[in-house]
Design a protein around this ligand. Structure first.
Ligand code: NAD
Ligand code: MG
Length: 381
């Protein structure tokens, strides 16, 4: 039985992971789980999955967590460092990285340094410093399994050929709630409009990222680092039905794609059971009942996030970390109703333009670039 550490168990990916565990009795055991601040949900999850240890990142939620526990006796840790302790302890074989944002960097890195299998949904750290994470995995012998649906689709499709035979990768995007909106409508978009995702049900930050297409922007850089494919070979198509998650074109012109319902449990399950495929009883895609699957080029003028991503990616060094941090800070400001929706693009673009790129040589350097960008956005908002 694989022993799991689930970082971010109370989130959307965390809960879907626990459902996969529930559906595969005897296959996985939850050794540890962590939350940011949702003490009540973490307590409920501990009662059901009986991990040995749990951790809450926000220290002031410790008392609430303690008093919410019911029918579970194990060790409780608190604080951001506790997440790293759980991610690296030898008692777990597999770490699911499902925290949102840069906060997942250090625990995910701790897991990679300890030589485990690491299923990564938390794309932001990969964008910030993918090469450092991959180097850490290579040094320790850790295996990275992509959970992000497009990257899981690339990973699965790429098995049809050799690495040197990949000519092009296409990541699909639903297009989000503003796929057909005018610039004027986007300028007036409220939080409620931006949070209405047409196909996927996810956490708030990634839902806003899907509305700006910044999620796809991050995914372009994520794909570049994960698969070692140049930026000019990574494309984005808008596919509103969210059934084809990615396509890989090989040198002979063959295109191999992975299809599935917009349900994160399938890529999570594949990352957990890899290299095997097992039946977790998930709903199957009724492709024969689907009237149409459509694909179109994204509107790069209304969604400048895509060009910002190629720009940051090609600049390299600390530029992707700045793109990510500026976006995280701007999204938070939009969620707090402090800036209009389209200002997210302006702030990210301005941060990228103002940043003096440094080489990607240490985690400290990446965190400094991250802090600089957050401060820049706060000052310019
Ligand atoms: P979410 O907001 O639903 O959950 C985030 C989790 O992280 C929660 O458990 C929360 O308690 C924890 N957390 C938040 N801030 C924290 C902090 N500062 N320190 C420690 N823990 C903290 O987010 P989500 O939608 O599950 O997304 C998680 C990650 O997976 C993101 O990076 C997202 O881009 C990626 N992802 C999500 C989906 C999806 O369908 N939700 C799909 C692909 C990739
Ligand atoms: Mg995705």
């Amino acid at each position: 039985m694989k022993a799991l550490c689930i970082l971010g168990s109370t989130g959307s990916i965390g809960e879907s992971t626990l459902d996969v565990v529930r559906r595969m009795p005897g296959k996985f055991r939850v050794r540890s789980m962590t939350a940011g601040g949702n003490a009540k949900k973490l307590a409920e999850q501990a009662a059901e999955f009986q991990p040995a240890r749990i951790a809450i990142s926000e220290k002031d939620k410790y008392a609430e967590l303690k008093s919410s526990l019911n029918g579970w006796r194990g060790e409780i840790l608190a604080g951001a460092e506790a997440l790293c302790a759980l991610a690296e302890e030898p008692e777990s074989d597999y770490v699911v990285s499902a925290i949102v944002g840069a906060a997942g960097l250090l625990p995910t890195l701790a897991a990679l340094k300890s030589g485990k299998q690491v299923g990564i949904a938390n794309k932001e750290p990969l964008v910030m410093c993918g090469p450092l994470m991959i180097a850490a995995a290579e040094k320790s012998g850790a295996t990275i399994l992509p959970i992000d649906s497009e990257h899981s689709a690339v990973f699965q499709s790429a098995r049809a050929g050799n690495h040197g035979e990949i000519r092009k990768i296409v990541l699909t995007a639903s297009g989000g709630p503003f796929r057909k909106a005018t610039k004027e409508m986007m300028a007036k978009a409220r939080k409620e409009d931006a949070l209405k995702h047409p196909t996927w049900s996810m956490g708030a930050k990634i839902t806003i990222d899907s509305a700006t297409l910044m999620n796809k922007a991050l995914e372009i850089i994520e794909a570049h680092f994960l698969f070692g494919v140049p930026y000019e070979a990574i494309h984005v198509w808008v596919h509103p039905q969210s059934i084809v998650h990615a396509l890989v074109e090989f040198t002979d012109g063959s295109v191999v794609a992975q299809l599935g319902l917009p349900d994160m449990r399938l890529p999570i399950q594949y990352a957990l059971t890899w290299p095997e495929r097992l039946d977790g009883g998930l709903p199957v895609l009724p492709l024969e009942k689907m009237a149409t699957l459509t694909f179109e080029e994204p509107d790069r003028e209304r969604f400048p996030s895509l060009d910002l991503s190629y720009l940051a990616g090609r600049k390299g060094g600390t530029a992707p970390a700045v793109l990510n941090a500026a976006n995280e800070a701007a999204v938070q400001l939009f969620l707090d109703a402090a800036i209009p929706f389209v200002k997210i693009f302006d702030l990210v673009g301005a941060a990228l333009g103002a940043h003096a790129v440094k080489p990607l040589d240490s985690v400290a350097g990446v965190l400094a670039a991250d802090a600089w960008a957050r401060d820049f956005v706060k000052r310019k908002a």
